[in-house]
Write a protein that binds this ligand. Sequence first.
Ligand code: ACO
Length: 391
Amino acid sequence: MSSIARGLEGIVLTETRLSEIDGDGGRLTIAGFPVEELAPRASFEEVLHLLWYDRLPGAGELAQLRERLALLRVLPPSVLDAVRATARARLEPMEALRTTTAALALADGTPGDEGDAATLDRALALCARLPVLVAAHWRLLHGRRVVAPRAELGHAANYLYMLSGELPPPAAARGVETYLNTVVDHGMNASTFTARVITSTRSDLVSAIVGAIGALKGPAHGGAPGPALDMVFDIRERAARSGASLDDEAEAWTREAIAAGARLMGFGHRVYKVRDPRADVLDRVADELFQDAGDRRLYDDARAIEKVALRVLADMKPGRRVQTNVEFYTALVLHGAGLPPALFTPTFAIARTGGWIAHVLEQRAENRLIRPRVAYTGARGREWEAIEARG
Ligand code: ACO
């Protein structure tokens, strides 16, 4: 048996044209574009077209894609019933999303058809409906009525509108759109790998996306931005209570956490050993968002805490090269756009669905069963004992 690659670290699974991570250079390319060039300029619909068809859409194609997505936002009654059931059961947003994404099958026009055309229809329905599932569940969970989608709004703006029932400020809609574009695809991360594994068994697209949502839910992957924001608030509160400087409290807080064996959320990455380039894109978005939206102090404090955390990490984890990752600034951007922390990971799922689908399409085209091996370390040569003899 060949050597063990725990966590499949350093293993190259396959080829992709979707995104490339340069972990030492701190660069991310999405379908040919540096992330910092694509994310702030494109609409999410343009990015979907780019990933799925490997080119930016023309004006007519974009209008058609937007129209199809907008039509699909209206949830069929059977799916809306499933959303209501998840709210009644008080499921938290990621559990609800996993459940209701599976329930999209209730309204599938061509059940069992795994052909390319039916798969693409399902891809559009998934992209269009995930934001609606999240928003509808969140409102029902809080005793509010579901807001109907608005066809004239783009993907990000409609999501914010369905959550709050109010038209979002343009800066918030643009900020969330840039966020969605920034995190839409990112190499062979755990959730994308999950989607690929499921697809490699020739299972269907919805199964792949449901599995990917499950993988994204964990704090080592998509669950970090909420706790990252909690850390910032906690340190600010401690400083306000103690009268010590923010830097001193940040130093004490981060040292205590690492000494207790905890991980600082929003820091560290399996591939990036320098600052995550997505953090820079989102830092710029947060900077703009907090200029307009008020709490400038929060942004300045978060940046100050980040600096201290990096210094403490370098001191307590020398040589590990733990740097700021995308989640730290995700927390600021999504908070600045008015989203509650409980919706940070579902919003990540809404974005990453575009990338997951692109990987599923690639995997379908290549279609090689993903089946690694394990080294057995269990007992050998045991002899069967009847139950009466086992004591
Ligand atoms: N805080 C403190 N120490 C850390 C952190 C962190 N955030 N990240 C890594 N380290 C330390 C580890 O404790 C370990 O130290 P040790 O050698 O003394 O045991 C060393 O750095 C190496 O860590 P690994 O676990 O080998 O790194 P891995 O590549 O497995 O972890 C991960 C990557 C899971 C992202 C990790 O950095 C982490 O838990 N970060 C916090 C959670 C987070 O921000 N997740 C979002 C990631 S971005 C994304 O998925 C979109």
